[in-house]
Design a protein around this ligand. Structure first.
Ligand code: ADQ
Length: 467
């Protein structure tokens, strides 16, 4: 196998790992694979250039660190507006998270999306060598494979979608949906987080495209092209995360949290501030718990860590306001001079600090309305003391639910739309005896440790290479 070439919207150099991890799941996941295969990582720098799109295609910023070459380009203000804030984050993101109510359909942003994909292809193609494996990531770049093929690229090209694939009935609301999916057939391999999203994709190919689909192998054949689709549930970087847990920073963070809550139990949620994460619904569930069990207000402190993201998109400004209002209402009604039931922290933390907070928290609350996987759920469990583990409360709509719920074991499963369900789960977690906490922890920990990000990249790359 030649080098690995990763192409994603943003690029994070290995040194900046902590910071990148705080912004999203992709960065941490890819560094180890790139280091191993002396890889190249191509994407947008995050910077806006003065030039209009297409004017500065020669401007690629190349850097080398830790054996990994990064190559980035700037985008024009219009590109950022149409491709990133527009089509990717105001059309595809809400639609793929089943939020038709928030999905915007603008022809101009669709054109910007295609234009930037074309620009990516134009810039990255000369950097790709004959034997390289090319791995494209996420919803920003769905049509990139087709754009690269149009430039004559013959390499094996794979694509992985980090977010859900919506059911056909929702997906067809996207104008030009067929055009978008046809572009995906130029990949050799298309990966999804779990079987549910995979099945939705295969269903679309069969029903709407009229493609031939082999359900057993995931091979889709259409107009002379074949692509294989398969589920690859992403995992955490287990070794790295455990190493973080042994640092002074992690110990201090755990101590700081424990000292500040005195004898109460800490319940923690760590999410990007995004409507898919179910944050207002979660606060409603906590409010319901306090309403139903006022005598327990002194037993529990909820800590919500939620750094703002995508602040240029209107729906993200709205979610922030809603959350502040709901948190304020509960704290106003339930606080005492020596007690504030909800701590709402609008910032991110390093992984070592998060490890410490997770370790000190008796309950981890992960309740997205829809999520491709959700690595926070796995990190929370990975940070627990095996002899005295905390309880994970997990939404049935997170991709992680397929791995972390097994009969009555594993995570305590909830419907995040139901405040009563959440309230009930919080009570159960708070009072759960040690033996049950241990058996639930044991039901989850093996898959979290073994199906880690190294295993994930190895499996995807080996399938892509056809090994
Ligand atoms: P995200 O939606 O960004 O990623 P998630 O998997 O929840 O989601 O988190 C990714 C990483 O960001 C984790 O390592 C986590 O620790 C970190 N993180 C999240 N919130 C943080 C905070 N408040 N402070 C510091 N760090 C924080 C997308 C998909 C997910 C999928 C990942 C990986 O939406 O479903 O799991 O990609 O494929």
């Amino acid at each position: 196998m030649g080098r690995l070439v990763v192409i994603s919207n943003r690029v994070a150099v290995p040194k900046a790992r902590g910071a990148a991890g705080a912004q999203g799941g992709l960065a941490g996941a890819l560094n180890s694979a790139l280091k191993k295969h002396k890889g190249l990582w191509f994407g947008w720098s995050g910077q806006e250039s003065e030039a209009e799109t297409g004017e500065s295609t020669g401007n690629i910023n190349m850097q080398r660190a830790d054996g990994v070459t990064t190559a980035t380009i700037d985008l024009s203000a219009r590109d950022v507006d149409e491709y990133y804030n527009g089509y990717a984050n105001s059309t595809l993101w809400p639609l793929f998270h089943y939020r038709l109510d928030l999905t915007e359909y603008e022809r101009e942003t669709g054109k910007g999306y295609e234009r930037v994909n074309e620009r990516f292809a134009e810039c990255v193609q000369p950097l790709i060598e004959e034997e390289d494996l090319v791995w494209v990531h996420d919803y920003h770049l769905l049509p990139l494979g087709e754009r690269l093929r149009a430039r004559g690229l013959k390499n094996r090209i794979g694509f992985f979608l980090h977010i859900p694939w919506p059911p056909t009935r929702l997906f067809v609301s996207l104008p030009f949906h067929e055009r978008l999916v046809r572009t995906m057939l130029d990949y050799d391999l298309v990966g999804f987080q779990n079987n549910e999203w995979l099945e939705s994709f295969l269903h679309y190919c069969r029903k709407e495209l009229g493609a031939q689909v082999d359900e057993d192998t995931g091979v889709v054949s259409f107009e002379g092209r074949t692509v294989r689709a398969k589920a690859y549930p992403i995992g955490i970087d287990w070794d790295h995360f455990q190493a973080q847990g042994k640092t002074e920073t992690a110990h201090k963070a755990a101590e700081r949290l424990t000292d500040s809550i005195r004898n109460r139990a800490a319940m923690i949620g760590v999410d990007r501030l995004d409507y898919s994460k179910g944050l207002p619904e979660r606060i409603d569930g906590i409010g319901r718990f306090f309403d139903q069990h006022p005598e327990r207000v002194r037993d529990l402190v909820y800590i919500q860590v939620a750094p703002p993201s995508r602040e240029d998109v209107e729906s993200y400004q709205h979610i922030r306001e809603v959350l502040e209002q709901k948190t304020g209402q509960i704290n106003g009604a339930r606080s005492e001079v020596d007690l504030v039931p909800i701590r709402y922290v609008n910032r991110g933390y390093e992984h070592a600090e998060l490890y410490g907070f997770f370790n000190a928290a008796k309950i981890g609350l992960v309740t997205p309305l829809r999520d491709g996987m959700n690595l926070v759920a796995k990190e929370y469990v990975a940070a627990q003391d095996p002899e005295d583990p905390g309880v994970l409360i997990l939404s049935r709509f997170a991709g992680a639910a397929q791995q972390l719920s097994c009969d009555e074991k594993g995570a305590v499963m909830v419907n995040p739309h139901s405040p009563d369900d959440l309230s009930h789960a919080i009570l159960a977690a708070l009072d759960m005896p040690l033996a049950e906490r241990k058996s639930r922890y044991e039901a989850m920990i093996t898959t979290i440790r073994e199906d880690n990000v190294q295993a994930w990249t190895a499996e995807f790359c080996s399938d892509l290479a056809g090994e």
